[in-house]
Design a protein around this ligand. Sequence first.
Ligand code: COS
Length: 386
Amino acid sequence: MDYFLTEEQQEIREIARQIAEEKIVPVREELDEKEEFPAEIMNVCAQSDLFAVPIPEEYGGLGGGVMEMSLAVEELSKACLGVSVTYAATFLGSYPILLFGSDDQKAKYLPDIATGEKLGAFGLTEANAGSDAGGIRTTAVKDGDSYILNGTKQWITNGGEAEIYTVIALTDRSRGPRGASAFIVEKDTPGFSFGKKEKKMGIRASATRELVFEDCRIPAENLISKEGMGFMVAMKTLDMSRPGIAAQGVGIAQGALDVAVNYARERRQFGQPIIGFQAVQHMLADMATKTEAARALTYAVARYIDSDAKEVSKVSAMTKLFGADVAMEVTTNAVQVLGGYGYMREYPVEKMMRDAKILQIYEGTNQIQRNVIGAALIKEYAQKKS
Ligand code: COS
């Protein structure tokens, strides 16, 4: 399908594709096996200007939007989701600054993100605040020209590896989510430390750690937007980043489909390549159709968001929901097409299936996406009626 990409978009896709094929595919198995952070690959992404993609030109970026970022993420995900999420989580951590940061905050932090010198991370989730993001307990208490942070964030992608963290904490405990505020915290701030690296089912190249704040004093100027805006900052950040999760899904589904089709062309049973069997063809046909549908929705929504559309929560949730479910189904069926070989580690599809599972969980479970879509429908139809 021709999505009529601009020359710049084609170039971004090509660069990411080359990195995926030449740098990621040869090492993905080892990174997964050793749970090794892909620092070298992140350096290659930085040198190739991939971190500059969605950062505005005035801060050293390429001025791209969600669409350009999604193209890069899709290509990297085709090769390895553990690597691509490391790249993408930097933007999840940057969106609060991009969307709500002051000019000074943007000037201070975005140029280092654009060069890839510093990675970013986003700290919202806590042990008792996952789907119920409004239930966070981490506090930020104003003390003169500082805020003092206390609490623990859980399962933070790029935790310990990133230099720049955007963190949601309560400045007014009595107001619940409406008393939350967003802050920038730099890695070496005293009182800020990290938990052990989590051992995961998939995306094992990525680093996931706790962020621990113990009387961590940060300058008051690190408050993003105003006190009480933290939940809004978080929700708008997720609205922007969820198509990126869909792009991860599209990439990993395409990667799995490619392996499955090529395998089915080669593998002979009952005297012929298994691709000759209609049962296999139908599986591949469904996998290809769903992957293309997920791609089309992702690009359409990414372009819609980049057009400065105001109400994007519903469609953003739709991309994430659909892209993640397609990725899980396609990778699972890729394993099925490969049969016993698919279950073995010598083929990449078992890793793709393990990796894909997280897409239905992180950045809001798919159940939460359905809640967001459902709530938007109720609102829309109530407005239509009146
Ligand atoms: N944009 C702007 N504002 C939003 C918003 C959005 N996308 N979503 C919610 N809000 C606002 C609401 O309008 C409401 O504002 P008021 O207080 O002015 O009425 C406020 O935020 C609270 O919204 P709501 O009552 O809907 O919040 P809930 O606590 O019921 O939770 C969900 C909403 C479940 C959607 C939210 O908690 C969520 O997204 N959870 C998943 C979190 C997640 O993705 N975690 C992954 C970790 S980050 S990788």
